[in-house]
Design a protein around this ligand. Structure first.
Ligand SMILES: [Zn+2]
Length: 248
């Protein structure tokens, strides 16, 4: 097996290692989530300075190491400097890489998750997409096989389910909530209709939709409960996003 390999990857995060080196957290469509060390990247003479930024896609040449791969060369495939231009976009992009990166299995190919993440980052870089994070959350749940029931009661099939319960699998009716899941959150008809629309629509449509504040909060709460139930590890940056911006 060759010591060297090439792959396309997206930089999720970077953290310092010693005085001059770094550890990168990366996502590759062929190799899933993985970490790699990069030597000397914090020295100004390094050819990698300015290239290995979060949200940037690169073609890289890696050398296998005993425990970690080493990134030896990298050419930019697509940089996204616009994501650093304002705090809202930076926080949303950070949340999305945490969410999708955290849902990707280490070392396993993930072309669909990778495609979802780069599509969302590209959309975010063009300009604000009010419900982009919600759109990604629903897509992610679909891709991983945890799509919530949104049409009828997930427990009895009854119409007009007015609550959402993650452990029950989605929307539930009042009777089932009392019997099975008293923890469910309220979901008004506009919030329910919006969730169904968001699941079907293209990302570009999520740029144009508007929703009353109350229904917006209900949608956020339902999806947060759903994600927390299925992917508890990936939601730390969402708390930061919510506490700083009061939105998304
Ligand atoms: Zn029911």
């Amino acid at each position: 097996m060759s010591r060297l390999y090439k792959t396309l990857f997206l930089v999720l995060k970077r953290r310092p290692l010693g005085e001059a080196d770094e550890i990168l957290s990366l996502l590759s469509p062929q190799r899933g989530r993985f970490e790699a060390a990069v030597r000397g990247s914090r020295r100004s003479a390094s050819p990698l300075v300015g290239r290995i930024e979060p949200f940037t896609e690169l073609h890289g040449l890696f050398a296998r190491g005993r425990s970690l791969a080493h990134l030896t060369q990298a050419e930019i495939h697509r940089a996204r400097p616009g994501l650093n231009r304002d705090l809202d976009r930076l926080l949303s992009a950070s949340y999305l890489v945490d969410l999708v990166g955290g849902a990707s299995a280490p070392g396993e190919p993930c072309p669909e998750l990778y495609g979802l993440l780069v599509q969302a980052l590209d959309g975010l870089e063009i300009g604000p997409v009010p419900f982009l994070c919600r759109w990604v959350e629903l897509r992610l749940a679909d891709l991983l096989g945890y799509a919530p029931q949104l049409e009828v009661c997930a427990l009895c099939g009854g119409r007009d389910p007015a609550w959402f319960s993650a452990p029950s699998g989605g929307t539930i009716c009042r009777g089932c909530r009392c019997a099975e899941s008293p923890e469910g959150t309220a979901l008004s008809p506009p919030a329910r209709a919006f969730l169904r629309h968001l699941r079907e629509c293209r990302m570009e449509s999520a740029r144009r939709v508007r929703l009353p504040l109350q229904a917006t909060r209900e949608v956020e709460r339902a999806l947060q409960d759903h994600l927390q139930y299925h992917f508890p590890q990936s939601l730390r940056s969402r708390e930061v996003l919510r506490s700083l911006s009061g939105t998304s």
